[in-house]
Design a binder for this molecule. Sequence first.
Ligand code: GTP
Ligand code: MG
Length: 311
Amino acid sequence: MLPDAGPDTPTVTAMRARELGRKSVVVGDRVGLVGDVSGTDGALARIVRIAERRSVLRRTADDDENTAEGRLERVVVANADQLVIVSALADPPPRTGFIDRCLVAAYDAGIEPLLCLTKADLAGPDQVVGYYAELELPYVLVRPDCDLDALRALLAGRVSVLVGHSGVGKSTLVNRLVPDAARAVGVVSAIGRGRHTSTSAVALRLPATPDADGDPGWIVDTPGVRSFGLAHVSAESLLHGFPDLVEGTVDCPPNCPHTADEADCALDAWVTAGKADPRRLASYRRLLASRSGEGDPREVERNPGDPLAGS
Ligand SMILES: Nc1nc2c(ncn2[C@@H]2O[C@H](COP(=O)(O)OP(=O)(O)OP(=O)(O)O)[C@@H](O)[C@H]2O)c(=O)[nH]1
Ligand SMILES: [Mg+2]
């Protein structure tokens, strides 16, 4: 993005200059350019500077900080203001474990979360919305025939990044929001198994709408992910993704690990007293366990009693 780019600024093709060293440029970075920034055919500029990032959304390949794969940290996007967690209500089914992970990543990065529930024509939102009742988590419902005014209003003036499993309809949504985007859209081949149609993240400027003035914002489409690895988030910070549980830890002993085997952890009493949903505590503890290598982050099969719980 050019720092002062307006809607009519041409798209500039640029390559990373050697003097940047090992620093990588990611989607959303604000960069300093030299060379030919005319945007005409064949023109090539050079990226010589990356501005300080306002926010950095990261994920790791898996949760294990003890393996090379687990430590492999990817910056998903820089300078995002809003994390739009896209979950289908069916085909593939919603996974609150995954949504919870995204919430942790959002709060950790200082990015505001927005829950976007797609395929509302196939299933109702009550179960998912009920699960988050204690949180002030804004959400929008999307179906093929709905208008997107409410979503557009929430996207206006900021940089929003879409994340979600493959096949939940991220690119479909981007194509509706940005008619020129022409993002490839895939077919969900089997329940829960999207095809990973999108392979790279792309930032797109949202078009101006006639009845709203001001900056309509930017949207970043990303490839579907299987899981949202949180090895880079400290155990203490994990709790930030569970604001409904935070107050319940006030009565915990010092350095309480909040795990299920900690007899004095006050979170059990908090849930028993009806202050938070027991499924949220279970989800928090699954995350704690998966980070210490004790649990399988792909615990879908391990929770047959709660079909929503998987990640
Ligand atoms: N019934 C229904 N189908 C939808 C809706 N939104 C998207 N789909 C379908 O879901 C399938 C997958 O959509 P995509 O937009 O490619 O999903 P994606 O999230 O971009 O997937 P990846 O790029 O693999 O991460 C396509 O066949 C869409 O037509 C919806 O609101 N309702
Ligand atoms: Mg896609």
